[in-house]
Design a protein around this ligand. Structure first.
Ligand code: NDP
Length: 454
């Protein structure tokens, strides 16, 4: 582990920087007491070094990390990162190891990459980019080609913070280290899977981005497909970046919409006025800066199939919605029922159900047992356990990898393109109105007749 690194953030005054990156950096430094950082902020604003240090201090304080400020050198540079001259000045004197985080709009990041192609970059520089990686497969490929001119793929970090969540990483231990589960992890014993990430939050003033993206691109195209890849991958020989990313990417390459029929295997909906707890939300179309004509969904779902020997024939449904009451955030694995129960044992012998919570780190298993009152009558019972929440929150886990130049939790370029290929048929079907836009009331579980965990 490099103990002194330079982290340069492009977009120092942005929302991502203050709300997520800086608090996560503070948390990371608190758990790694030997790490020191040169933290360089860059952006269009005329900030002073002191102003930047204040911003960092406030963010660190918000994550109980004020003490870590003593291990952070800060400087701020006013710069247009699409300007070759500004970039030369910013990067010229910087020594490796240097990580550069693009917390800027995608169009600015692309223009900055073009400008960077004309200058010598510090050796070993790591480039971290936020989603969205393009807006479709072609634009993702074009972005990848731009990046490939700058640095080798192992130095490109496409950030998907769901890969840094302990709830995603817990899948590895539970599945691969338990002989009671791993042999059952296939179509032979599993009937269906759903991965749901519903939220109680509404738009929260993010119309500028969200009204163009929608729930499906915001959550399923990126985060939930990554969770699916970790869930369904073959056992990697090691958890290093080569093996781990080969295994997750292989899943994505094998994944397509169920029966290649997005019209009958996806649905979309948007919320109408209501409340979640004591918070009232207007209808989505009445939220500030929303253009109702865009028909943006606030809830999307689609069923996919991983077409390989392990998973063919198992429907895997991914869903995410906003403004949901009592939101579900879980992976639900429905096992097939036994083929036969002894005559004399009464009741439904439904298949077992294994649930991984994606909110808190919990796991539960629903099983059939003998009834309490009548031992020959089957009943259902649930065993549950808490898993370690992980020392680091997702963005801190991701930042730790970036600072150590270890891309294991970054999305590989070809995987980013695959994610667009997988969802494109759904987006096309929705765009051509072949799938009706349903409605659901804020605070409900979503559109009627559409269970969260399918
Ligand atoms: P903001 O609009 O809040 O911030 C963008 C930042 O980029 C601002 O500091 C802006 O400076 C700066 N900037 C714009 N143009 C230039 C330029 N030419 N040179 C230097 N700096 C420039 O965006 P967010 O922080 O919300 O998002 C940043 C990225 O992160 C986007 O790609 C977004 O998709 C992604 N993302 C954001 C999430 C979030 O929760 N915010 C979540 C997941 C991903 P100025 O204000 O002075 O123009």
């Amino acid at each position: 582990m490099a103990e002194h690194t330079t982290l340069m953030i492009f977009g120092a005054s942005g929302d991502l920087t203050s709300r997520l990156l800086l608090p996560a950096l503070g948390q990371l430094l608190m758990t790694e007491p030997k790490r020191t950082i040169a933290l360089i902020g860059a952006g269009m604003d005329d900030w002073t070094d002191d102003k930047w240090r204040d911003v960092v201090q406030i963010a660190f304080t918000s994550s109980d990390a004020a003490d870590a400020m003593t291990r952070v050198e800060t400087e701020y540079h006013r710069a247009d990162i699409t300007s070759v001259d500004d970039l030369k000045k910013l990067l010229s004197a910087k020594k490796a190891p240097l990580a550069l985080y693009f917390a800027v709009p995608p169009s600015v990041a692309a223009a900055a990459c073009d400008a960077m192609a004309t200058i010598d970059l510090p050796k070993g520089i790591v480039l971290a980019l936020e989603k969205p990686f393009g807006v479709d497969e072609d634009s993702a490929r074009a972005l990848n080609e731009r990046l490939a001119v700058l640095v080798p793929e192992s130095q490109v970090f496409r950030v998907d913070h769901f890969l840094g969540r302990s709830t995603t990483l817990n899948l590895l231990g539970v599945r691969f280290a338990n002989r009671v589960l791993e042999p059952l992890w296939s179509a032979t014993d599993i009937e269906s899977v759903s991965i749901t990430y519903d939220e109680s939050l509404g738009l929260e003033g993010r119309a500028g981005y969200y009204d163009r993206a929608g729930a499906f691109v915001d959550m399923i195209q990126s985060h939930l497909l990554q969770v699916l890849a970790v869930f369904a991958m073959e056992e990697p020989a090691t958890l290093d970046e080569v093996d781990f990313r080969a295994a997750t990417t292989a899943v994505l390459r094998a994944t397509s919409v169920w029966e290649d029929d997005p019209v009958h295997n996806s649905y979309r909906a948007r919320y109408t006025a209501g409340s979640v707890g004591d918070r009232k939300f207007p209808s989505y179309v009445d939220e500030p800066d929303v253009d109702p004509a865009r028909n943006t969904e606030t809830l999307g779902a689609a069923t996919f199939e991983v077409r390989n020997a392990r998973w063919a024939g198992v429907p895997i449904t991914l869903r995410s919605g906003k403004a949901i009451g009592d939101p579900s955030r879980e992976i639900v694995v429905r096992f097939r029922p036994v083929r036969h129960v002894p005559v004399g044992l009464r009741g439904d012998a439904e298949g077992a159900v294994l649930r991984f919570s994606l909110g808190t780190a919990e796991i539960s298993l629903e099983l059939n047992v003998n009834g309490e009152a009548d031992p020959f009558e089957l009943e259902r019972t649930t065993m549950s356990a808490e898993l370690g929440p992980g020392a680091l929150k997702a963005y801190a886990e991701v930042l730790s990898c970036i600072l150590d130049a270890d891309p294991v939790l970054a999305v590989r370029g070809d995987a980013a393109e695959e994610c667009w290929r997988i969802v494109q048929p759904v987006l096309d079907a929705w765009k051509s109105d072949k799938v009706p836009l349903e409605e659901y009331v804020v605070g409900s579980h979503g559109p009627e007749g559409r269970p969260a965990a399918g």
